[in-house]
Write a protein that binds this ligand. Structure first.
Ligand code: ATP
Ligand code: ZN
Length: 297
Protein backbone atom coordinates (compact mmCIF):
# COMPACT_ATOMS: atom_id res chain seq x y z
CA UNK A 1 0.00 0.00 0.00
CA UNK A 2 1.57 3.28 -1.07
CA UNK A 3 -0.67 5.82 0.54
CA UNK A 4 0.89 8.93 1.92
CA UNK A 5 0.22 8.96 5.60
CA UNK A 6 1.77 11.20 8.15
CA UNK A 7 0.53 9.05 11.01
CA UNK A 8 2.23 5.88 12.09
CA UNK A 9 0.11 2.76 12.52
CA UNK A 10 0.88 0.06 15.00
CA UNK A 11 -1.06 -3.23 14.97
CA UNK A 12 -1.99 -4.79 18.31
CA UNK A 13 -4.11 -7.82 19.21
CA UNK A 14 -7.71 -6.69 19.70
CA UNK A 15 -8.70 -9.12 22.38
CA UNK A 16 -6.59 -11.92 23.75
CA UNK A 17 -3.55 -12.73 25.80
CA UNK A 18 -1.36 -9.97 24.37
CA UNK A 19 -3.87 -7.12 24.26
CA UNK A 20 -3.62 -5.69 27.74
CA UNK A 21 0.17 -5.83 28.06
CA UNK A 22 0.63 -4.39 24.54
CA UNK A 23 -1.52 -1.34 25.27
CA UNK A 24 0.06 -0.91 28.71
CA UNK A 25 3.48 -0.84 27.04
CA UNK A 26 2.37 1.81 24.52
CA UNK A 27 0.96 3.89 27.38
CA UNK A 28 4.25 3.49 29.27
CA UNK A 29 5.95 4.74 26.12
CA UNK A 30 3.95 7.93 26.56
CA UNK A 31 1.08 7.45 24.11
CA UNK A 32 -2.44 8.56 25.02
CA UNK A 33 -5.39 7.20 23.01
CA UNK A 34 -9.03 7.79 22.22
CA UNK A 35 -11.08 4.79 21.04
CA UNK A 36 -12.84 5.03 17.68
CA UNK A 37 -16.60 4.42 17.66
CA UNK A 38 -16.23 1.09 15.83
CA UNK A 39 -13.49 0.04 18.31
CA UNK A 40 -11.11 -0.88 15.52
CA UNK A 41 -8.75 2.02 16.07
CA UNK A 42 -7.19 3.84 18.95
CA UNK A 43 -6.37 7.38 17.86
CA UNK A 44 -3.17 8.76 19.30
CA UNK A 45 -3.93 12.04 21.01
CA UNK A 46 -0.45 13.29 21.81
CA UNK A 47 1.63 11.77 18.98
CA UNK A 48 0.76 11.00 15.34
CA UNK A 49 0.51 7.29 16.15
CA UNK A 50 -2.68 5.20 15.82
CA UNK A 51 -3.27 1.67 17.05
CA UNK A 52 -5.06 -0.80 14.79
CA UNK A 53 -6.85 -3.51 16.82
CA UNK A 54 -6.82 -6.83 14.95
CA UNK A 55 -6.54 -10.61 15.32
CA UNK A 56 -2.97 -11.53 16.13
CA UNK A 57 -2.73 -13.78 13.05
CA UNK A 58 -3.38 -10.76 10.80
CA UNK A 59 -0.45 -8.75 12.15
CA UNK A 60 2.41 -10.19 10.03
CA UNK A 61 0.31 -9.70 6.87
CA UNK A 62 -0.52 -6.09 7.74
CA UNK A 63 3.20 -5.40 8.20
CA UNK A 64 4.18 -7.15 4.97
CA UNK A 65 1.60 -5.26 2.90
CA UNK A 66 2.61 -1.99 4.56
CA UNK A 67 -0.77 -1.16 6.12
CA UNK A 68 1.00 -0.84 9.46
CA UNK A 69 4.58 0.16 10.17
CA UNK A 70 4.88 -1.62 13.52
CA UNK A 71 3.14 -4.50 15.27
CA UNK A 72 3.17 -6.35 18.56
CA UNK A 73 2.81 -10.08 18.03
CA UNK A 74 4.00 -13.44 19.35
CA UNK A 75 7.24 -14.74 17.87
CA UNK A 76 5.32 -17.97 17.20
CA UNK A 77 2.92 -16.20 14.81
CA UNK A 78 5.70 -14.25 13.11
CA UNK A 79 7.95 -17.29 12.60
CA UNK A 80 5.09 -19.49 11.37
CA UNK A 81 4.12 -16.98 8.70
CA UNK A 82 7.74 -16.39 7.74
CA UNK A 83 8.35 -20.12 7.22
CA UNK A 84 5.03 -20.62 5.46
CA UNK A 85 5.73 -17.71 3.10
CA UNK A 86 9.04 -19.13 1.82
CA UNK A 87 10.89 -16.29 0.10
CA UNK A 88 8.20 -13.63 0.47
CA UNK A 89 9.24 -10.43 2.29
CA UNK A 90 8.70 -10.71 6.03
CA UNK A 91 8.36 -8.48 9.03
CA UNK A 92 11.57 -8.00 11.00
CA UNK A 93 11.74 -8.30 14.76
CA UNK A 94 12.94 -5.12 16.44
CA UNK A 95 12.99 -6.38 19.98
CA UNK A 96 11.47 -8.91 22.38
CA UNK A 97 9.03 -7.32 24.83
CA UNK A 98 9.19 -9.54 27.90
CA UNK A 99 5.53 -10.63 28.05
CA UNK A 100 3.38 -13.32 26.42
CA UNK A 101 5.97 -15.96 27.19
CA UNK A 102 5.05 -19.45 26.04
CA UNK A 103 6.56 -22.36 24.14
CA UNK A 104 5.45 -24.34 21.14
CA UNK A 105 5.66 -27.89 22.44
CA UNK A 106 5.09 -31.40 21.21
CA UNK A 107 2.86 -33.34 23.57
CA UNK A 108 1.53 -36.90 23.66
CA UNK A 109 -1.15 -38.76 25.66
CA UNK A 110 -0.06 -40.01 29.10
CA UNK A 111 0.67 -43.74 29.04
CA UNK A 112 0.29 -43.93 25.24
CA UNK A 113 2.36 -45.64 22.57
CA UNK A 114 4.59 -42.60 21.95
CA UNK A 115 7.24 -42.32 24.65
CA UNK A 116 10.21 -40.81 22.83
CA UNK A 117 10.78 -38.37 19.99
CA UNK A 118 11.75 -41.26 17.70
CA UNK A 119 8.30 -42.82 18.28
CA UNK A 120 6.76 -39.81 16.49
CA UNK A 121 7.93 -41.26 13.17
CA UNK A 122 4.86 -42.20 11.14
CA UNK A 123 2.44 -40.56 13.61
CA UNK A 124 -0.28 -37.96 13.04
CA UNK A 125 0.38 -34.64 14.78
CA UNK A 126 -2.31 -31.98 15.18
CA UNK A 127 -1.22 -28.32 15.19
CA UNK A 128 -2.05 -24.75 14.21
CA UNK A 129 1.65 -24.28 13.39
CA UNK A 130 2.29 -26.57 10.41
CA UNK A 131 5.32 -24.71 9.05
CA UNK A 132 7.17 -24.60 12.39
CA UNK A 133 6.31 -28.25 13.03
CA UNK A 134 7.39 -29.34 9.54
CA UNK A 135 10.71 -27.54 9.98
CA UNK A 136 11.33 -29.26 13.31
CA UNK A 137 10.39 -32.70 11.98
CA UNK A 138 12.76 -32.21 9.05
CA UNK A 139 15.59 -31.24 11.39
CA UNK A 140 14.92 -34.36 13.48
CA UNK A 141 14.79 -36.58 10.39
CA UNK A 142 11.23 -37.66 11.20
CA UNK A 143 8.22 -38.18 8.96
CA UNK A 144 4.75 -37.52 10.28
CA UNK A 145 1.33 -36.48 9.02
CA UNK A 146 0.56 -32.92 10.01
CA UNK A 147 -3.13 -32.41 10.80
CA UNK A 148 -3.85 -28.68 10.64
CA UNK A 149 -6.42 -27.48 13.19
CA UNK A 150 -7.20 -23.88 14.04
CA UNK A 151 -8.54 -24.42 17.54
CA UNK A 152 -8.93 -26.97 20.36
CA UNK A 153 -5.79 -28.78 19.28
CA UNK A 154 -5.43 -30.36 22.73
CA UNK A 155 -8.52 -32.55 22.33
CA UNK A 156 -7.46 -33.98 18.95
CA UNK A 157 -5.89 -37.16 20.43
CA UNK A 158 -9.04 -37.97 22.41
CA UNK A 159 -11.15 -37.45 19.30
CA UNK A 160 -8.93 -39.91 17.46
CA UNK A 161 -7.81 -37.20 15.02
CA UNK A 162 -4.13 -37.34 15.97
CA UNK A 163 -1.55 -39.29 17.98
CA UNK A 164 0.27 -36.20 19.23
CA UNK A 165 -0.15 -32.45 19.27
CA UNK A 166 2.12 -29.46 18.73
CA UNK A 167 0.64 -26.51 20.57
CA UNK A 168 1.40 -23.43 22.67
CA UNK A 169 1.96 -24.08 26.34
CA UNK A 170 2.63 -21.69 29.18
CA UNK A 171 1.98 -23.36 32.55
CA UNK A 172 1.23 -26.81 31.16
CA UNK A 173 -2.11 -26.91 33.04
CA UNK A 174 -4.14 -27.36 29.84
CA UNK A 175 -1.97 -30.29 28.79
CA UNK A 176 -2.34 -31.94 32.21
CA UNK A 177 -6.11 -31.42 32.14
CA UNK A 178 -6.18 -33.30 28.84
CA UNK A 179 -3.92 -36.14 30.03
CA UNK A 180 -1.08 -35.02 27.81
CA UNK A 181 2.60 -34.45 28.62
CA UNK A 182 5.41 -32.66 26.80
CA UNK A 183 7.94 -34.51 24.75
CA UNK A 184 9.90 -31.66 23.19
CA UNK A 185 10.01 -27.88 22.85
CA UNK A 186 9.97 -26.59 19.29
CA UNK A 187 10.12 -22.85 19.91
CA UNK A 188 10.40 -20.47 22.85
CA UNK A 189 8.15 -17.51 22.21
CA UNK A 190 7.21 -14.14 23.64
CA UNK A 191 5.63 -10.98 22.29
CA UNK A 192 7.95 -9.00 20.03
CA UNK A 193 7.91 -5.56 18.42
CA UNK A 194 7.99 -6.15 14.66
CA UNK A 195 8.47 -3.79 11.75
CA UNK A 196 7.18 -3.66 8.19
CA UNK A 197 9.76 -4.78 5.59
CA UNK A 198 8.83 -1.87 3.30
CA UNK A 199 10.87 1.20 2.69
CA UNK A 200 8.89 3.41 4.96
CA UNK A 201 8.26 6.23 2.51
CA UNK A 202 4.86 7.32 3.74
CA UNK A 203 5.59 7.70 7.43
CA UNK A 204 8.67 9.62 8.56
CA UNK A 205 11.40 7.21 9.67
CA UNK A 206 12.17 9.64 12.46
CA UNK A 207 8.75 9.07 13.99
CA UNK A 208 9.15 5.30 13.87
CA UNK A 209 12.55 5.53 15.46
CA UNK A 210 11.28 7.86 18.14
CA UNK A 211 8.51 5.46 19.07
CA UNK A 212 10.87 2.45 19.07
CA UNK A 213 13.27 4.35 21.35
CA UNK A 214 10.42 5.19 23.69
CA UNK A 215 9.28 1.57 23.80
CA UNK A 216 12.85 0.46 24.52
CA UNK A 217 12.99 3.10 27.25
CA UNK A 218 9.72 1.95 28.81
CA UNK A 219 11.04 -1.63 28.83
CA UNK A 220 14.45 -0.86 30.28
CA UNK A 221 12.86 1.36 32.92
CA UNK A 222 10.74 -1.56 34.12
CA UNK A 223 12.39 -2.92 37.23
CA UNK A 224 15.11 -0.26 37.26
CA UNK A 225 15.94 1.50 40.53
CA UNK A 226 17.94 4.54 41.46
CA UNK A 227 20.24 3.99 44.40
CA UNK A 228 21.25 7.15 46.30
CA UNK A 229 23.63 7.41 49.23
CA UNK A 230 26.21 9.57 50.93
CA UNK A 231 29.61 8.26 51.95
CA UNK A 232 33.20 9.21 52.79
CA UNK A 233 35.08 9.98 49.57
CA UNK A 234 37.66 7.34 50.56
CA UNK A 235 35.00 4.59 50.32
CA UNK A 236 34.04 5.38 46.70
CA UNK A 237 36.06 2.61 45.01
CA UNK A 238 34.77 -0.07 47.39
CA UNK A 239 31.18 1.19 47.09
CA UNK A 240 31.34 1.27 43.28
CA UNK A 241 32.48 -2.37 43.32
CA UNK A 242 29.41 -3.30 45.28
CA UNK A 243 26.78 -1.49 43.21
CA UNK A 244 24.38 -3.92 41.55
CA UNK A 245 24.76 -3.74 37.76
CA UNK A 246 27.80 -1.46 38.27
CA UNK A 247 26.44 1.23 35.98
CA UNK A 248 28.62 4.35 35.99
CA UNK A 249 27.53 6.15 39.13
CA UNK A 250 27.19 9.93 39.38
CA UNK A 251 29.36 11.31 42.16
CA UNK A 252 28.92 14.82 43.52
CA UNK A 253 30.50 16.78 46.34
CA UNK A 254 28.60 17.82 49.47
CA UNK A 255 28.69 21.50 50.30
CA UNK A 256 30.77 22.09 53.44
CA UNK A 257 31.90 18.45 53.75
CA UNK A 258 34.99 18.09 51.53
CA UNK A 259 35.65 14.50 52.64
CA UNK A 260 32.16 13.29 51.73
CA UNK A 261 30.34 12.56 48.50
CA UNK A 262 26.82 11.78 47.31
CA UNK A 263 26.49 8.85 44.91
CA UNK A 264 23.64 8.05 42.52
CA UNK A 265 23.60 4.79 40.61
CA UNK A 266 21.07 3.26 38.25
CA UNK A 267 20.48 -0.40 39.06
CA UNK A 268 18.75 -2.88 36.76
CA UNK A 269 17.15 -4.64 39.72
CA UNK A 270 16.34 -3.79 43.32
CA UNK A 271 19.44 -4.06 45.52
CA UNK A 272 18.73 -6.60 48.28
CA UNK A 273 19.06 -5.94 52.04
CA UNK A 274 22.40 -7.69 52.21
CA UNK A 275 23.85 -5.36 49.57
CA UNK A 276 22.47 -2.34 51.40
CA UNK A 277 23.97 -3.53 54.71
CA UNK A 278 27.28 -4.10 52.98
CA UNK A 279 27.18 -0.51 51.68
CA UNK A 280 26.48 0.71 55.20
CA UNK A 281 29.47 -1.21 56.50
CA UNK A 282 31.60 0.66 53.98
CA UNK A 283 30.43 3.94 55.48
CA UNK A 284 27.38 4.74 53.34
CA UNK A 285 24.64 6.84 54.96
CA UNK A 286 21.15 7.95 53.94
CA UNK A 287 20.86 5.01 51.57
CA UNK A 288 17.72 5.26 49.41
CA UNK A 289 16.35 3.06 46.62
CA UNK A 290 13.83 4.79 44.33
CA UNK A 291 11.63 3.50 41.54
CA UNK A 292 12.50 4.70 38.05
CA UNK A 293 9.36 5.81 36.24
CA UNK A 294 10.92 6.52 32.86
CA UNK A 295 14.27 6.08 31.22
CA UNK A 296 15.64 7.24 27.88
CA UNK A 297 19.00 5.69 27.12
P1 ATP B 1 -6.97 -13.96 18.05
O1 ATP B 1 -8.44 -13.84 18.22
O2 ATP B 1 -6.28 -12.62 18.12
O3 ATP B 1 -6.55 -14.76 16.84
P2 ATP B 1 -5.77 -16.17 19.56
O4 ATP B 1 -6.78 -17.07 20.17
O5 ATP B 1 -5.03 -16.59 18.35
O6 ATP B 1 -6.46 -14.73 19.37
P3 ATP B 1 -4.42 -15.87 22.14
O7 ATP B 1 -4.83 -17.18 22.73
O8 ATP B 1 -4.93 -14.62 22.75
O9 ATP B 1 -4.64 -15.79 20.56
O10 ATP B 1 -2.83 -15.86 22.12
C1 ATP B 1 -2.11 -14.80 21.57
C2 ATP B 1 -0.64 -15.07 21.76
O11 ATP B 1 -0.34 -15.15 23.15
C3 ATP B 1 -0.11 -16.37 21.20
O12 ATP B 1 0.13 -16.32 19.81
C4 ATP B 1 1.18 -16.53 21.99
O13 ATP B 1 2.22 -15.76 21.40
C5 ATP B 1 0.85 -15.92 23.35
N1 ATP B 1 0.62 -16.91 24.42
C6 ATP B 1 1.17 -16.88 25.65
N2 ATP B 1 0.79 -17.93 26.39
C7 ATP B 1 -0.01 -18.67 25.65
C8 ATP B 1 -0.72 -19.89 25.88
N3 ATP B 1 -0.67 -20.55 27.01
N4 ATP B 1 -1.50 -20.35 24.87
C9 ATP B 1 -1.60 -19.68 23.73
N5 ATP B 1 -0.92 -18.52 23.47
C10 ATP B 1 -0.13 -18.02 24.40
ZN1 ZN C 1 -4.89 -15.87 16.62
Amino acid sequence: MNDTRDRLRIAVQKSGRLSEASLALLRDAGLAFRTSRDRLFLYGENMPVDVLLVRDDDIPGLLVEGSCELGIVGRNVLDEQRLAGADAPTAATIQPLGFGACRLALAVPDGGAIATIADLDGSRIATSYPALLAGWLRAQGLRADIVVLTGSVEIAPRLGKADAICDLVSSGATLAANQLHELATILHSEAVLARSPHALGAVPTQLIERLCARIAGALSGAGARLLMLQAPRSALAAITQLLPGRERPSVVGLDGYPDDIAVQALCRTTPDWQQLEELKRLGARSVMVLNVERMLA
